[in-house]
Design a protein around this ligand. Structure first.
Ligand SMILES: Nc1ncnc2c1ncn2[C@@H]1O[C@H](COP(=O)(O)OP(=O)(O)OP(=O)(O)O)[C@@H](O)[C@H]1O
Ligand SMILES: [Mg+2]
Length: 255
């Protein structure tokens, strides 16, 4: 019998308002999002539509003005305080940003081991895990480099290795391809997709529609709202900043 999908992130009717110079600016409106184990969700939409804010709320970094956020069954803002949320994040989430943040005095491998060492693992226990993830992303030959000596594409592969070394329940990536050329972007997406096929749950933000096809689900945001959920993103093509379902592409477009 097929197993019931496990809901690991449950965002219900979230609003977020920031106060800027005594004015309230509503950045998210009634956003709901369900993420199941094994999902690969791409969240897309124009700059400023609230993608990063939504991720921050899911990460426990920013409390919603209204609504409920449950991660792995825990109500982040009702059951946990700030320190507990930080621990929870370290334990359960791997993060990748557009710009990786390196400890500059450490090598690639030491950077990957750093989080494990902080959580109490000895070098002897941490090193084989770092070796394994370096191999997974094809960067083992670069382990003794300082990360900033690598190309942006290589650094993002190492950032991905660092995100998965703790064996998190979910990987959250905010524009991980934002600084990459087309080829490095495709390579990173292929790698992320491979991790997903091996069972990792991924939520990724992008405004590059090229990457939709890698995901299992795509969620479009506009002006603080979820405006479309797409269950078969591979069936879509992008043209001129819009997406079209392949079967409905206007014949006047040469794609
Ligand atoms: N801490 C904050 N205080 C005030 N306004 C904020 C804050 N964080 C975000 N905003 C505003 O919320 C809106 C959404 O920002 P957000 O960073 O979520 O957009 P985004 O979709 O990630 O955009 P991009 O694609 O450019 O990264 C923006 O108008 C931004 O100015
Ligand atoms: Mg953003």
């Amino acid at each position: 019998m097929p197993q019931e999908p496990t809901l690991i992130i449950d965002v219900q009717q979230v609003d977020k308002t920031f106060s800027v110079k005594a004015q309230n600016v509503q950045v998210l409106r009634n956003v709901s999002l369900s993420v199941y184990r094994g999902d690969f969700i791409v969240l897309f939409g124009p700059s400023g539509c609230g993608k990063s804010t939504l991720l921050h709320i899911v990460l426990g970094l920013e409390s919603p003005t209204r609504g409920r956020v449950k991660v792995l069954g825990r109500s982040l803002y009702e059951q946990l305080d700030e320190d507990e949320r930080a621990d929870f994040r370290k334990q359960h989430v791997g993060m990748v940003y557009q710009q990786p943040n390196w400890i500059k005095a450490l090598t690639v491998k030491e950077n990957i081991m750093f989080g494990l060492r902080l959580s109490g693992l000895t070098s002897r226990d941490a090193e084989p895990r770092a070796n394994a993830v370096l191999q997974l992303v094809g960067m083992q030959e670069w382990q003794d480099y300082i990360p900033t000596e690598l190309s942006s594409g290589q650094q993002q592969k190492v950032a991905l290795a660092r995100a998965i070394v703790t064996n998190p329940d979910v990987i959250i990536a905010d524009e991980p391809t934002g600084n990459l050329d087309f080829e490095s972007g495709q390579e990173l997406m292929t790698l992320i997709s491979t991790l997903n096929n091996q069972g990792k749950t991924i939520i990724m933000v992008t405004h590059d529609l090229e990457y939709l096809a890698f995901a299992r689900r795509a969620i479009q945001m506009f002006d603080g709202q979820v405006v479309q959920e797409i269950d078969d993103p591979a069936a879509y093509v992008q043209h001129g900043g819009q997406i079209f379902k392949r079967s409905t592409v206007p014949t006047t477009l040469s794609l």
